[in-house]
Design a protein around this ligand. Structure first.
Ligand SMILES: Cc1cc2nc3c(=O)[nH]c(=O)nc-3n(C[C@H](O)[C@H](O)[C@H](O)COP(=O)(O)OP(=O)(O)OC[C@H]3O[C@@H](n4cnc5c(N)ncnc54)[C@H](O)[C@@H]3O)c2cc1C
Length: 370
């Protein structure tokens, strides 16, 4: 069996793995990414809303609030510097009836505590002036929300990584991982069932929805430190016509997800979603046409003129969830020696939304701790 050595090995070429590898390789460390797919970003990183979140909903002092608020600024700066297409669309969280205004005030309070700036409470007339098609009793204006072309972003991270001398090995499935003399030995299998062994000093597991599976295959890592990863699918429907809407429009959030919201693509076309549905199959990305009526019912609360015929099933993405508890209580988990007692091993669990927004902040956090 062929053997290779590298200083640092990252498992997963999604937006988070790429951001981390880019940052580490910039510190002159020899870094390889192993990716089981034939291209970068084929799993969750290309199946999301592409929203640059502001960081408003998360609990104070959580990793999500820290990374999202930091990551938001870092991402805008990065996109400007490296010409990644983005639009600072801004967003309005709308109260669909008067009773939800209380919730809007609570969201503003939490967001302000998290360090989100420039928030404004809007009355019905002000929402109407900004977005005449939207029906509401008022809302919260969030100026730091935007959208980004996630494919161009990942391509840019990859370019940086390769410029730093890094390499991605595609079609490379990580199997077992063992430890010898303080080094990790990773067994890798390719499409033709050829086996290779990679030896490294530092190992970063950024395998997204498969992160717990990878961790469970590390010999010597006590299973008590590996959380379950539950899968919550989010479906999207696209709108078959263009409408003059410029902000992202979000309802007041629900228990598992942020509610079926309206987001824009870079070309200003409109999509709705994601909803949230617990699933077992990590590869089932089909969107059930029958969800249309549920979507339409939710959308009509803030956009009354939409009918089912205007919606087409679009795509779906799957969230890695480490606890089925309330959405607000769930946090990212970056498990290090302090948690699992193995030096130089980083396991990233539950990197659901706002993982894209947080990618550069997560990369800095991991790199500082290497
Ligand atoms: C429906 C939905 C909407 C979202 N919307 C937003 C949003 O608007 N804004 C935002 O900030 N975030 C959003 N997110 C979250 C964001 O998409 C994720 O946090 C981010 O993409 C996670 O990136 P990742 O690199 O950790 O995971 P992934 O993109 O899943 O990458 C992990 C990689 O690891 C590889 N891998 C797995 N197992 C192995 C193995 N054994 N061997 C080799 N390679 C392996 C996979 O093939 C994959 O390429 C959303 C997520 C979902 C599901």
């Amino acid at each position: 069996m062929e053997k290779f050595y590298t200083n640092t090995l990252v498992i997963g070429a999604g937006v988070v793995g790429l951001a981390i590898a880019k940052e580490i390789s910039a510190k002159n460390r020899e870094t390889i990414i192993l990716e089981k797919e034939a291209k970068i970003g084929q799993i969750t990183s290309s199946r999301n809303s592409g929203v640059i979140h502001a960081g408003i909903y998360y609990q104070s002092n959580s990793l999500k609030s820290k990374f999202c608020v930091e990551g938001n600024k870092l991402l805008y700066d990065y996109a400007k510097k490296f010409n990644v297409p983005f639009i600072n669309t801004k967003k309005i969280i709308v109260a669909t009836d008067e009773s939800q205004m209380e919730k809007i005030f609570e969201i503003k309070k939490q967001a302000t505590a998290n360090g989100v700036e420039g928030l404004d409470i809007l009355n019905q007339k002000q929402v109407n002036q900004l977005e005449p098609l939207i029906k509401s009793s008022g809302g919260l204006h969030v100026p730091s929300t935007g959208i980004i072309d996630q494919h161009s972003l990942m391509q840019s991270y990859l370019g940086e990584f390769e410029n730093n001398g890094g390499m991605v090995s595609y079609n490379s499935i990580v199997k077992r991982i063992s430890m010898h003399n303080k080094k990790f030995e990773i067994e890798v299998i390719d499409n033709e069932k050829n086996k290779t062994k990679i030896i490294c000093d530092y190992l970063i597991n950024a395998a997204g929805i498969f992160a717990s599976d990878i961790a469970n295959n590390i010999d010597g890592l006590d299973k008590q430190y590996v959380p379950n990863t539950y899968l919550a699918k989010g479906n999207y429907f696209s709108l078959n016509k263009k409408l003059p809407i410029n902000h992202l429009i979000y309802p007041v959030p629900e228990k598992i997800s942020l509610g079926i919201h309206l987001t824009l693509e870079i070309d200003k076309s409109i999509k709705f979603g994601p909803d949230a549905e617990w699933v077992d199959d990590p590869y089932d990305y089909s969107v059930n046409e029958n969800l249309k009526s549920k979507f339409c019912h939710s959308i009509n609360k803030y956009l009354p003129d939409i009918s089912e015929e205007m919606l087409s099933p679009s795509y779906a993405g799957i969230r890695p969830i480490t606890s089925k508890e309330d959405r607000v209580k769930r946090d990212f988990m970056i498990s290090t020696v302090e948690n699992h007692k193995i030096e130089n091993l980083f396991n990233l669990y539950g990197i659901e939304s706002p993982g894209l927004t947080s990618s550069l902040a997560i990369a800095n956090y991991v790199t500082e701790r290497l």
